[in-house]
Design a protein around this ligand. Sequence first.
Ligand SMILES: C[S@@+](CC[C@H](N)C(=O)[O-])C[C@H]1O[C@@H](n2cnc3c(N)ncnc32)[C@H](O)[C@@H]1O
Length: 252
Amino acid sequence: MTTLEAIGGTAAAGTLYGIGVGPGDVRYLTLRAAALVAAVDVIAYFAKAGREGNARRTVAPLLEDGRPEIKLEYPVTNELPVGHPEYQRQIADFYAKAAETLAGCLARGQSVGLLAEGDPFFFGSFMHMWRRLEADFAVEVVPGVTGMSGCWTRANTPITWGDDILTVLTGTLDEAVLARRLSETDAAVIMKVGRNLEKVRRAVVAANCLARAIYIERGTMAGERIVPLSECRDASGPYFSMVLIPGQGRRI
Ligand SMILES: C[S@@+](CC[C@H](N)C(=O)[O-])C[C@H]1O[C@@H](n2cnc3c(N)ncnc32)[C@H](O)[C@@H]1O
């Protein structure tokens, strides 16, 4: 038995593992995650059509050629607004079929590791499989370092001090909601910035937080970029982009 198996454990037959792979740098995987990536019968992951898949890219250095893999390709990502009925229909259909595919493997006694960016239970697509499968199959969720944790670490920025209240928002929210929530909190993380960057910037300005706001692309990954939001003139960012507003609470 290798040290990784001895510490990280093995995979059980017929079990679905939601494997948090962390913010992008493979070195931030937990020992349990790394052990399961090596041990499961099937590696499964979500990906935009025609792409490698972000979580798979993170663990690629750990995957030997020939491992059985299931790529679950989204039929739609940002081509339609999330609230559009056609988006809802296609995604619901896709999740139902993806769950069926995974259920087929589990029913045959295979262990399946479904990779998840960051932490599986934090805005993760894994949750849509967990919801559909956990009543009928054994499921273990392996926590991961969240993207926001990786980002504030790489930005060398403590996010909360003393009694600071941290609010996690998404750039998909209405501008007025973003501005109000930002003005009511001590510290904030704004996820899903991407195409919403200009709206997010306006909301940050309206909430009087621009001087503290940090913009981060691909934190911990190749192509990482960290700049004060006030110096970022881009109209939109990549999928992996977020804004951090560090708290200013009690410092002793
Ligand atoms: C669907 S959420 C998934 C979050 C993930 N489960 C986690 O624990 O971080 C995707 C969003 O997370 C943020 N994100 C995750 N990892 C990131 C990274 N390494 N750099 C920048 N943003 C990241 C981006 O805002 C992205 O749009």
